[in-house]
Design a binder for this molecule. Structure first.
Ligand SMILES: Nc1ncnc2c1ncn2[C@@H]1O[C@H](COP(=O)(O)OP(=O)(O)OP(=O)(O)O)[C@@H](O)[C@H]1O
Length: 248
């Protein structure tokens, strides 16, 4: 039976091939590969400083790797000119950060609409989509996003990331600033998104409980991305030996 992320039936939204990156003499990435398909979620764990956030920056085209390609919906973002890169990001990528990173003086609706307006969606359509998403994700109306709880703010950030209907959703420690109960509710929402919105989800997290909710978990350590065996929660000190250049 085919599933939402059956390789036979879904297309890759992210293809990382032969990614290497050095910081001075230190090899941060050593020939990494990763494919993520629409409808699929992947969590990346790993020790502090192993390069998880830098990996997301490579996907966003903010860091240019030493070698390799990073295709977002088929377009290699490595070395793309700034205007084209901005267009690919606006059309194909949504991003959720640890602290939501909303504009506190704007309402949740305006925060979400803004992302659509920046992607040149007309005002009426942006407003309609923002209201529908905020409704769908259970965010109450508020005059400013400052008035929202931590979980509501993070759900607003998720709505903002989804408003341009991205093929690829990136999340960097999306639950790191939340209390346990809100963390669990946010994680539930997050890992349901690939199915609900047919996007691929790549989550960077230190939290084994969050990572375990993903379809696949990978561990980035010493420049190498290793699969975490299914059914095993990643542990902060766990090791999964694999050859350099392992594909994930
Ligand atoms: N702009 C930069 N210039 C030089 N080195 C950097 C820069 N940004 C990050 N680094 C270094 O790159 C390495 C990887 O950093 P990164 O933030 O990607 O790790 P991480 O795995 O996300 O860490 P954490 O889990 O602590 O957030 C670190 O050693 C960091 O000091």
């Amino acid at each position: 039976m085919s599933t939402a992320h059956d390789p036979e039936t879904t297309h890759p939204v992210l293809e990382i091939e032969g990614l290497s990156h050095s910081l001075g003499a230190r090899k941060l990435f050593d020939d990494l590969s990763l494919t993520l398909r629409a409808g699929e979620s992947v969590a990346v764990t790993g020790p502090s400083g192993s390069g998880k956030s830098t990996l997301l920056s490579c996907v966003l085209g903010l860091v240019r790797p030493t070698a390799g390609s990073v295709k977002v919906k088929g377009t290699d973002v490595v070395g793309l000119r700034p205007a084209r890169l901005a267009a690919v990001r606006a059309q194909a990528v949504g991003m959720v950060f640890q602290f939501g990173e909303l504009l506190p003086e704007l309402s949740p609706l305006d925060n979400v609409m803004l992302a659509a307006l920046l992607a040149r969606t007309d005002h009426r359509e942006a407003s309609k989509r923002a209201r529908a998403l905020l409704d769908d994700l259970g965010v109450p109306e508020a005059a400013t996003s400052d008035e929202l709880s931590g979980g509501e703010r993070q759900r607003t950030a998720v709505a903002r990331a989804l408003i341009n209907e991205p093929a690829l959703l990136l999340a960097d420690e999306p639950t790191g600033a939340l209390d346990t109960e809100t963390r669990d509710r946010t994680a539930e929402l997050l890992f349901d998104l690939p199915r609900r919105y047919a996007c691929g989800l790549l989550v960077v997290t230190h939290d084994p409980g969050i990572a375990a909710r993903a379809d696949r978990t990978l561990r980035l350590e010493a420049g190498i991305l290793n699969p975490t065996p299914s059914g095993t929660n990643p542990t902060p000190s766990g090791t999964n030996p694999a050859p350099s250049g392992a594909s994930a």
